[in-house]
Design a protein around this ligand. Structure first.
Ligand code: IMP
Ligand code: MG
Length: 178
């Protein structure tokens, strides 16, 4: 069992690189089938989804574009505390079929925030693809159309996912042991 140490914490390999790429190939095949003949815009959510979005997009053979947005949190002046603002929109979303690309859906708060914004911007269709889903943490009703792997409710790193900004470069996904 492959173990590594990052920032004084121990992690064990959960999903090896090869399994990730095989699963991505299957997701891409499915998306290519489902959207055959249609034009879509992939919308990657930074920072975490940058690797997944790139590897998935390479396997897409539709008339497709890709764009990225980022959720920036800052301390608001309201009592509600931190407010998350979506930055980096430069794509005209109106009447476009959007495929949101997430690295991981945990509580679903991020996803909900993004979907709300897409509805306001009048996307004609919204689909979600996520590499990882923590079903025990997910609290929203938004259907997730394409799921790479369902994983337990434990902290994971690698393949885009970080711990305090580190470990995004690991080619496999690792789960926290201690
Ligand atoms: P949500 O809004 O609770 O669904 O969380 C989504 C975001 O939290 C993801 O896009 C990640 O950036 C981060 N996140 C959630 N779980 C993990 C994890 O296990 N490892 C690293 N980041 C995570
Ligand atoms: Mg993320």
């Amino acid at each position: 069992m492959k173990e590594i140490r990052v920032l004084e914490k121990k992690f064990r390999e959960l999903i090896p690189e090869k399994e990730i790429s095989e699963r991505i190939a299957k997701l891409a095949d499915q998306i290519n089938k489902d959207f055959a003949g249609k034009e879509v815009v992939f919308l990657g959510i930074l920072n975490g989804a940058f690797l997944f979005a790139a590897d998935l997009f390479k396997r897409i053979d539709l008339k497709a574009r890709i764009s990225f947005v980022k959720l920036a949190s800052y301390e608001g002046t309201s009592s509600s505390g931190s407010i998350k603002e979506l930055i980096g929109w430069n794509e005209d979303i109106r009447n476009k079929c959007i495929i949101v690309v997430e690295d991981i859906v945990d509580t679903g708060n991020t996803l909900e925030r993004i979907v709300d914004e897409l509805v306001i911007r009048k996307a004609s269709g919204i689909k979600i693809v996520t590499l990882l889903l923590k079903p025990d943490a997910y609290k929203k009703d938004i259907p997730i159309d394409y799921i790479g792997f369902k994983i337990p409710n434990d902290f994971v790193i690698g393949y885009g996912l970080d711990i305090d900004g580190y470990a995004r470069n690991l080619p496999s996904i690792y789960t926290l042991i201690s």
